[in-house]
Design a binder for this molecule. Sequence first.
Ligand code: RFL
Length: 405
Amino acid sequence: MTESQNSRALRESADVIVLGAGPAGLVLGNLLHAAGIDCVLLERASRTHVQTRARAGFLAPNTGRILDRHGLADGLHRRGLRHGTCEFRTEDGRFRLDYGSLGQGGQQHHVYPQQNLVTDLLTHYLGRGGRIRFQTEALAVREADGTRPYVTTREPDGRPTRWSARYVAGCDGRHGAARRSLPPGAVRRHHDHGVTWLGLLAEAPPSLDAVGYAIHDRGFAGHMARTADVTRYYLQWQRGIPADAWPEQRIWDELDDRMRAADHGPLHRGTLLERGIFDLTCDVIEPLRHGSLFLAGDAASLLAPAAAKGTNLAVLEAELLAGALTDALTRGDTAGLDRYSDQCLAHIWRAQEFTGWMTRLLHTAPGGDQDAGSFFHAALRRSRLASLRTSRIHQEWFAENYVGV
Ligand code: RFL
């Protein structure tokens, strides 16, 4: 915003401005509003768009507990499914790992599509009088190093607005305004796992009663239930090839091959509702606090979807940030805000480590495992799987990390 635009801009304010209405922003907004904090959510997309964006589906038990604690888990309990088994299919056959009966007391995932969670959180927030502006794009966070930061926005009618606050929560994902506004001291630690997925959403019931991980010399294939009628599939994919390069028939044939349907039973085929390309890259911003600006969710750290951790971290961070902001604004106690970054980074790095381990477990080297140079990679992967199949301690470790954040 230029000087003259700035002086013509509409002026609005709230004690806390939350950028983004994904899982992180909506949990944070709900908790702040319930605590009586003056807050507003600014969301670039329309309400319909955020309520229909299909992404995550596997929610950790701790995410269920957080939502329960704050009366936000009704939909999850009414419509969600439970999942406690994964099935690995390899050249050596298949084995099932009942992770739901291992680890600390045996814990299962909730299977609940992210768009349903977002819809529940939004309905709850609006039903209690929470303030949100859709189609309002945050352009930049300014003066975050002072006590009166502000956010410049473009309103639905195109008018510039200046939102003043005491604190700004950047929950606007990896390409949001919060990340763009970080001071030069912020470090982005980035890693490319070198793997690409074609993500598919099929109008078809799940084909197995477990998360399916198939390891094949042409690449990984994955199967994840979403609802009784919709299933997510993934194919390891050559980077640079567009998502629509293959007709549906070829995709199903390839899924059949890699999932070894001839040996273990057919896949339920159906229309492919969505295709997307995902490069398995990840990053972490350090620290997560820059003066009055705090990052949470994908804005704080991006995880490759191989271990289904992103939404779970987003909800965990939102709860921590809500508590810390409430203490600061109601009691003047800023200790929670001072701790926020270190607390979250400990969880983030643990999730990144496990995600990296899963990524190496599941994938052939880009280009396939057949060339001689990849033999070493393939042998390590096979040995890792053999250990997971046979070692109870390894299975316990897997279960704890797989369901935990
Ligand atoms: P979101 O959900 O991206 O929401 C950010 C919101 O900010 C808005 N926004 C802006 N608003 C205002 N001004 C701007 N300048 C803005 N820029 C952006 C956006 O419109 C959006 O509404 O981030 P949040 O809240 O941090 O939540 C993160 C999760 O969405 C993400 O980590 C997960 O979806 C990752 N993930 C999974 N996580 C799990 O825990 N379990 C899973 O099973 C799982 N499966 C997945 C996944 C991610 C996937 N993709 C998309 C790679 C499966 C897939 C295919």
